[in-house]
Write a protein that binds this ligand. Structure first.
Ligand code: SF4
Length: 353
């Protein structure tokens, strides 16, 4: 079943183990509640548990952490929908402090330095007037609290208007706004010189080897796609100029207002990316919503903006880049063991071909 509590729409799988029904595929604990409620509607009263354990902390444990930011929490709001992928942090919750709402996240301790770097980037982008939400800085101007082997960050909560997954691809204004945002981002920030741009070709080759070993039955449907990319994109991939890319500007990682972008979130994957990377991700994701969406108003307006910043010789490679990038999504569905999405992804890749 698909969890419908939030727009992430996780594909849930339930399996029985010693009388307990384990829920997998859920990216947060609320997926278990959804499975429970749906089963109750069918008159089934099973005991559900998440296959992957999720962290939870009481307010008493959270309160001392917030002293780092000079805040005293009133309450935690664990049930509030927080936009962005829950998989980017070990734990996250909405904290209410004296009328302010903030998102507290526990991150992997070895990502703390990277998050300090991202926080400096977000500060610069915010100063330049881009719609981003910088992390709250605490003691000594640091954005990340390291405490007892754990690392935490705090971000103001931005309330957006929900994105209608069925229809948003019809919205020209969203495509234009996102295109304008990326053009401004590429104009403001440059990647670190020492950072190697993401090697999509290497990623695809490694994935295909893995597929050959573990999912050989999928290979025949991927061969035409690989042949095409070997002729078009792969030989020129290394020459595509890098930019400081967002890395995952999926429309679900945008907090949308009624007619503008309020905040672009989830900067975990930002870094040196070929100039086609973000554009391919957006057009590919929007296009995957429904067959008419690929050439719909969102994508057309977005492409119109991106034409202004992507150098002409590279723009022609965008369709093949979109195709190549779908391998990352295929990897995601394989990782989650979501057979239905694997099949859908391969059909989509062949449609793009
Ligand atoms: S992130 Fe959580 S609430 Fe959202 S769809 Fe997935 S399991 Fe459901």
């Amino acid at each position: 079943m698909t969890c419908l509590i939030c727009p992430n729409g996780c594909g849930l799988m339930v399996r029985e183990k010693e009388g307990v029904y384990l829920v997998g595929g859920n990216r947060c604990p609320r997926g278990v509640l959804f499975a429970e409620r749906e089963s109750e509607k069918e008159g089934i009263r099973w005991i559900f548990q998440s296959e992957v354990p999720f962290l939870r902390y009481p307010l008493e444990e959270i309160a001392p952490l917030l002293e780092f930011w000079g805040l005293v929490p009133d309450r935690l709001n664990e049930d509030r929908f927080i936009q962005g992928s829950p998989e980017r942090s070990l734990y996250r919750t909405l904290v209410e402090c004296g009328g302010e709402r903030l998102i507290l996240e526990q991150i992997e301790p070895d990502r703390a330095d990277r998050h300090e770097m991202i926080s400096r980037r977000l500060d610069r982008l915010s100063l330049a007037g881009l719609p981003v939400t910088p992390f709250r800085r605490g003691r000594e101007g640091r954005a990340v609290l390291r405490e007892g082997g754990r690392a935490w960050q705090l971000t103001p909560f931005v309330e957006g208007a929900p994105l209608n997954r069925r229809d948003y691809w019809r919205d020209e204004w969203r495509g234009r706004a996102l295109g304008e945002f990326l053009c401004a981002l590429y104009g403001e920030e440059t990647p670190d010189r020492q950072e190697e741009p993401f090697d999509l070709v290497g990623f695809i080759n490694a994935l295909v080897e893995k597929i050959a070993l573990r999912h050989g039955e999928l290979l025949s449907s991927l061969v035409p796609v690989l042949h095409r990319l070997e002729e078009t994109l792969f030989p020129r991939y290394g020459e595509i100029p890098p930019v400081l890319g967002h890395g995952d500007p999926h429309p679900l990682n945008i907090i949308w207002g009624r007619d503008r972008i309020l905040s672009v979130i989830d900067w975990e994957f930002c870094g040196a990316k070929p100039v086609l990377y973000d554009a391919a991700l957006i057009m590919g994701c929007v296009g995957s919503e429904t067959p008419e969406a690929f050439d719909g108003p969102f994508n057309r307006a977005f492409y119109g903006e991106m034409k202004k910043t992507i150098p002409g010789p590279w723009l022609g490679l965008l369709p093949d880049f979109i195709l190549a990038q779908r391998f990352a999504w295929l990897n995601e569905w394989l990782r989650h063991g979501d057979g239905a999405m694997v099949g859908q992804e391969i059909r989509y890749m062949n449609m793009l071909l």
